[in-house]
Ligand binder design. Structure first.
Ligand code: ZN
Length: 349
C-alpha cells in the first residue's frame, strides 16, 4: 500500500519526505534526459511498510522505484540518536535550546523488530539539522542505488531472463554461494557504483548550501578551508554508520549473501565516489581521509555505547578479509555486467 506523506503529523518528518521526493524527481529528470532516450519515465513511491526494504521494477508506463517508509524514518531516528551524543560531530555546538527532546522505543536491530530499547534524543537546532542531513544522505543513496539497478539494465534483465517483476533489496541468504548469488552481489556492487556517481551532484548541492545556510555551514566546518572534503567525508561516513546499523558489523563475511558485506560496501563506496568526484573537481584526498576516519571513529564510539558495535569485530583478520572481498567484488563485476548489458543505459567505458 502506498504511503501518503501528507498523513505524517510531524512537520519536520513530513518535510524530510517532501525534500527526498523533490530531489529524487530532479535526479530522474536528469538521468532520463541524459541517458534514458526512448526509455520509460521513472516514478518514485513510498510504501507503507515497517520493514527496511526498497524495490526497483517496471510496469507498462513506468520504471518504478519503491522505498518503504521505514527507510527514511529509521535513518532519521538513527542519526537523531547519534547526534544526541556530543562526541559525534564534536565541532557542532550541543548547547542552546532543544528542538528535539523525547524518548523513543527505537528498533535497534533491523532484522528483529521486537528487539527495542529506549533512546533518549535531545538536540538543538544545529544538531537536529545535521541529523536530518545525514539521514537525507542515506535515503538519497537508497534511491540512487535503486536507480542504479534500472540504469545498469538489471530490472529489464531479471524480467526478461528470469520472469521476475523487479529487484527487491531485503538481503536474502542462500544455503551456499552459487552462480546466482555471485551475479546478484556483482549487480549490487554496480548499483552502488552508479549511486556513487550520481551522488557527486548531491555533494555539490550540500557544499553550495553550506555557503548560504549557517546550520549547514556549522555542520561542515570541522576543518577550516576544506568544505568539499568535509561534505564528501560526511556522505561516506553517513553510509558507513547506516550500513553498520542496517546489517550489523559482523565478524564473518558470508559469501552466500545476496549483497556484499555492509562494511565492504561502505569501503568500496568511498573509493567509487572519490573517483567520480576527482573527475569533476580536484580535492585534497589526504584531508578527506583524515576527516572521514575521524567521523567514522566518532560514529563507532557512539555505536559502541549504544551496543550496536563490538570494537573486537575490527580485527586485523577481519580487515584482511574485507580487502580480499573488495578485490573479489571488482573481479566479478566485469563478469556479470555482460548479462545485463543488452538493457543497460550506459556502456561502462
Ligand atoms: Zn540493490
Amino acid at each position: 500500500m502506498t504511503f501518503d506523506i501528507n498523513q505524517i503529523s510531524d512537520a519536520g518528518i513530513r518535510q524530510e519526505f517532501v525534500i527526498l521526493t523533490k530531489r529524487s524527481q530532479a535526479i530522474f529528470k536528469d538521468v532520463s534526459s541524459s541517458l534514458g532516450h526512448g526509455k520509460l519515465p521513472i516514478a518514485l513511491s513510498f510504501i507503507n511498510d515497517g520493514s527496511f526494504n526498497a524495490y526497483a521494477g517496471k510496469d507498462q508506463s513506468n520504471y518504478k522505484i519503491e522505498i518503504n517508509a521505514a527507510v527514511p524514518l529509521l535513518s532519521l531516528m538513527f542519526f537523531t540518536r547519534l547526534f544526541s551524543d556530543p562526541a559525534y560531530f564534536g565541532h557542532i555546538q550541543s548547547d542552546g535550546a532543544l528542538v528535539t527532546d523525547f524518548v523513543t522505543p527505537a528498533i535497534i536491530d533491523i532484522r528483529d523488530f521486537e528487539k527495542r530499547t529506549d533512546w533518549a534524543v535531545q538536540l538543538n537546532a544545529s544538531r537536529s539539522f545535521a541529523a536530518g542531513t545525514m539521514a537525507d544522505i542515506c535515503s538519497t543513496f537508497t534511491v540512487c542505488h535503486e536507480l542504479g539497478h534500472i540504469i545498469a539494465g538489471h530490472v529489464d534483465a531479471v524480467r526478461e531472463i528470469e520472469g521476475r517483476d523487479g529487484i527487491r533489496e531485503l538481503v536474502s541468504i542462500a544455503k551456499a554461494a552459487n552462480e546466482r548469488t555471485e551475479c546478484s552481489q556483482a549487480w549490487e556492487c554496480d548499483a552502488d557504483a552508479i549511486s556513487a556517481t550520481l551522488m557527486v551532484n548531491f555533494v555539490e548541492e550540500l557544499s553550495r548550501n553550506a555557503r548560504t545556510n549557517p546550520k549547514a555551514g556549522a555542520m561542515f566546518a570541522g576543518r577550516e578551508n576544506h568544505l568539499t572534503e568535509e561534505v564528501l567525508a560526511s556522505v561516506c561516513s553517513a553510509l558507513f554508520a547506516f550500513f553498520a546499523y542496517v546489517d550489523g558489523v559482523k565478524k564473518q563475511i558470508n559469501v552466500a549473501s545476496s549483497h556484499p558485506h555492509p562494511a565492504v560496501r561502505a569501503f568500496y563506496f568511498k573509493d567509487m565516489i572519490c573517483q567520480a568526484m576527482e573527475q569533476r573537481a580536484p580535492f585534497d584526498f589526504e584531508a578527506f581521509s583524515e576527516i572521514v576516519d575521524r567521523q567514522i571513529d566518532e560514529a563507532l564510539t557512539v555505536l559502541e555505547k549504544m551496543e550496536l558495535f563490538d570494537p573486537n569485530a575490527f580485527s586485523d583478520e577481519f580487515l584482511d578479509q574485507m580487502d580480499s572481498e573488495r578485490a573479489r567484488m571488482i573481479s566479478i563485476q566485469q563478469k556479470y555486467r555482460a548479462v545485463a548489458l543488452p538493457w543497460s543505459w550506459i556502456s561502462w567505458g
